[in-house]
Write a protein that binds this ligand. Structure first.
Ligand SMILES: Cc1ncc(COP(=O)(O)O)c(C=O)c1O
Length: 440
């Protein structure tokens, strides 16, 4: 039997079993979901039939395809967005970076209105997070707090583009350049967004030193579980690859044995001269690689990414105009995009105003009862979670100024989806239900 025959059958199967159901009033309207067709299934089966399993030709194709899309030279595929964030911070600890490297007790400026695994790697790598407040309706760092967060130990700023809305990249980048510190962009919720910087339109995630992506199904594209780390800096790339691949020194990929031609003649540490380069470790690393099966799905999704990005923008605009027109804006702070940007939205976030008779939880309860999924802005305030109970302010982390707006988001904000699987009927229902919940 030929592979082509099998793939033809997979196409038929996809048409029969994986076609998106037409929306009927009362069906759940999810905040996110996989959007795919026969292409993803065929690519996955193609990779399964090849049975390479570990990173292979699909991973290579995916990494170079994403690099081209982003306009960066180096992309490393990994097994999740959280792993990507861990690698981004771990890379900063590499001795390859000399005096600029992140050492134990050095500080990284971030926000507490965050996804937990933007903050966790800072502590996991022995650094001290310094929390700055955010603003509404950007839900991003209040850049006015940057200078007061700075100390002689500050080595980096690590921020997510909140729900796809780029943070004030110009101010943050200027601050980082002025003080000679690294900028990591958690781009997990923002892939496809663009910002004007120094007169050039650049993709989010490529403005700072390192960018990260997640390919969990809720994100701009998916491979089930998966992520990526990207950079334009060859030294950072070397460190990222080494930390990703067990901490090893050698850059041979699976199946390769002696790419550099010096497998048995190098001198490393106090190892005997000529110790097999394949087993020399320059970092204390991890194994955060993906399988080729994941990458195969990613390759098919990547081809659809530009359409997904456009759809997310259209949906955000539609919801915003609808809620403005419906009168809901009297009781809800609607989101605003950062100026000089064209974001790729992850969600549509709102904050319930004091004028609303109902609090956020009551509003959300009504919206959910009408089959519309909602989400909070992740941790709300990460410092208020049980995972911070064992940590001490001043020793393990610092807070620069107050986190008043962060707390307000924790109490009063919620968001709904804009993913490409939504239809106009679904969004009309979302507008109707949300408006009723805040105005009635
Ligand atoms: C901003 C942000 N960073 C990191 C992550 C982690 O990604 P993953 O679930 O792939 O580990 C997420 C997940 O949704 C996220 O929203």
């Amino acid at each position: 039997m030929e592979k082509e025959q099998i793939l033809e059958m997979v196409k038929e199967y996809a048409a029969e079993h994986h076609r998106q159901k037409e929306y009927q009033k009362g069906d759940p309207i999810r905040y996110a979901g996989r959007v795919y067709d026969e292409d993803e299934l065929c690519s996955l089966v193609d990779s399964a039939l090849e049975f390479w399993l570990t990173a292979g030709r699909f991973t290579k194709e995916f990494e170079s395809g994403l690099a081209e899309y982003l306009g960066v030279p180096y992309v490393s595929a990994v097994n999740s967005g959280s792993s990507a964030n861990l690698l981004a911070v771990a890379a900063l600890t590499s001795p390859l970076l000399g005096e600029r490297r992140l050492k134990k007790g050095d500080e990284i400026i971030t926000v507490a209105a965050a996804f937990p695994t933007t903050v966790a790697p800072i502590l996991q790598c022995g650094a001290v997070p310094v929390f700055v407040d955010v603003t509404i309706p950007s839900y991003n760092i209040d850049v006015a707090g940057l200078e007061s967060a700075l100390s002689e130990k500050t080595k980096a700023v690590f921020l997510a583009h909140s729900l796809g809305n780029p943070f004030d990249v110009r101010t943050v980048l200027r601050f980082c350049r002025e003080h000679g510190i690294w900028l990591i962009e958690d781009n997990c919720d923002a892939l496809g967004g663009v910002c004007e910087i120094d007169g050039v339109m650049k993709k989010t995630g490529t403005i700072g030193d390192i960018g990260t992506s997640s390919f969990y199904p809720a994100h701009q594209m998916t491979m089930g579980e998966g992520g990526a780390v990207y950079t334009s800096d060859p030294l950072l790339h070397k460190a990222i690859r080494s930390f990703r691949d067990w901490g090893r020194e050698c850059v041979c990929t699976g199946g390769q044995d002696n790419l550099c031609g010096h497998r048995f003649d190098g001198q490393f540490g106090t190892l005997p001269k000529g110790y097999d380069h394949k087993y020399v470790y320059s970092h204390l690393g991890y194994n955060l690689k993906i399988t080729d099966l994941q990458a195969a799905i990613g390759c098919a999704q990547l081809r659809k990414l530009p359409t997904f990005v456009e759809k997310r923008r259209e949906h955000w605009d539609y919801l915003r105009a609808g809620l403005e027109k419906s009168g809901a804006a009297k009781f809800l702070i609607l989101p605003e995009k950062q100026k000089d940007t064209d974001p790729c939205w992850f969600g549509f976030i709102m904050t319930v105003k004091p004028e609303c008779k109902r609090g956020r939880n009551e509003v959300v309860d009504l919206v959910e009862k009408n089959h519309i999924q909602t989400r909070n802005l992740f941790a709300g305030n990460i410092l208020r979670h049980p995972c911070f109970e064992m940590l001490a302010e001043g020793r393990d982390y610092r807070v620069a100024g107050s986190l008043e707006v962060t707390d307000r988001i924790m109490y009063d904000s919620f968001w709904v989806g804009v993913y490409p699987g939504l239809t106009k009927e679904m969004m009309d229902e979302m507008i109707r239900v949300i408006t009723e919940a805040v105005t009635a």
